[in-house]
Design a protein around this ligand. Structure first.
Ligand code: Q46
Ligand code: ZN
Length: 300
């Protein structure tokens, strides 16, 4: 196997690109995909201070690594979900990453904000753990960014994540979710911070290879609640399709972004208000986060 760029010995084959790369050329390919994502979706400019949401996993730390290498001004944000050893270890990975590179990291425990950690939220709400967890993460990312005056939040969602989310939304024809599915969500309200996903062009396998080749120390174990989550089942289905037909995930996601998304966006324009309690953006009177915190308070 030879590197497509230099003809040297390749370390990684990328079937969907019909290419193989040596280590330096793969790293360059990876950074180029991120540059292209940032450019094409005008995610942020060189002078903007980017808040990078990090979980301690390969994707978000690889993203942070590339943004630092590219010279962006960044601060990490770790939301401590309180999920047993998984949270203890993943927090330690983020703290070590930030310390060795001398970059700032904000840490916010979800329990301080909602009133209880994710496992207790799950018991109280009797809903899948990812439901309260995902809601809290989305809400806190935005609020912390606003509080600190960051113009943009970057998350480590990759091509596999985005294709799986799209697949789930299509299966149930969740038109609101389809309208919001994008590598870059503009700020449509003064209290909504722009949200971007610079890894959306890169697969999970590619981010794993990047993290390995760059010797990034990340948490390999998944969140214990990930097992059995529907998003994992969707990822497995898409991976089977990818094996049979390399490029299937890419075509599914990119075809949607290029040809279908605009129609959903037009159809789902909603009126935004501010939550009567916390002032964050919502479509109702009280936001979903404040309702969740009320439910936790009543039960604990
Ligand atoms: S952390 Fe939270 Fe994920 Fe764990 S509980 Fe589900 S949403 S799986 S990315
Ligand atoms: Zn609220």
């Amino acid at each position: 196997m030879k590197c497509r760029k230099c003809g040297g010995a390749a370390v990684l084959e990328l079937r969907r690109h019909n290419a193989a790369f040596c280590t330096p050329d793969f790293l360059e390919f990876f950074r180029n995909q991120i540059r292209e994502a940032i450019r094409r979706w005008r995610m942020f400019g060189p002078d903007e201070h980017v808040l990078v949401a990090v979980s301690g996993g390969k994707d978000s730390l690889a993203l942070w690594d590339v943004l630092l290498e590219e010279g962006y001004r960044t601060t990490g944000l770790y939301l401590d979900l309180g999920i047993f050893d998984y949270s203890v270890e993943s927090r330690a990975k983020c703290e070590r990453f930030a310390a060795t590179r001398g970059v700032p990291l904000l840490v916010r425990p979800v329990a301080d904000e909602v009133g209880a950690p994710v496992p207790v939220i799950q018991r109280v709400t009797r809903r899948p753990p990812c439901s309260g967890c995902g809601l809290s993460k989305r809400y806190l990312l935005n609020r912390v960014a606003l509080e600190h005056g960051f113009p943009v939040v970057a998350t480590g969602h990759n091509l596999d994540d985005e294709a799986a989310t799209l697949f789930g939304s299509v299966l149930h024809w969740q038109t609101e979710a389809l309208a919001r599915q994008s590598p870059a969500l503009a700020s449509t309200h003064p209290k909504l911070v722009r949200r971007v996903k610079p890894l959306y062009r890169l697969s999970e396998r590619e981010t794993a290879a990047y993290a390995f080749l760059r010797r990034i120390d990340y948490i390999v174990e998944e969140c214990p609640f990930a097992e059995g989550a529907t998003s994992i089942a969707h990822k497995q289905i898409l991976s089977r399709m990818e094996d049979a037909s390399p490029g299937a995930k890419h075509n599914f996601l990119f075809g949607y972004l290029d040809r279908a998304r605009a129609a959903f966006e037009r159809a789902e324009a909603v009126e935004l208000r501010e939550c009567a309690r916390c002032g964050q953006v919502t479509t109702g009177t009280l936001c979903a986060f404040c309702k969740l915190a009320d439910q936790v308070k009543r039960a604990t």
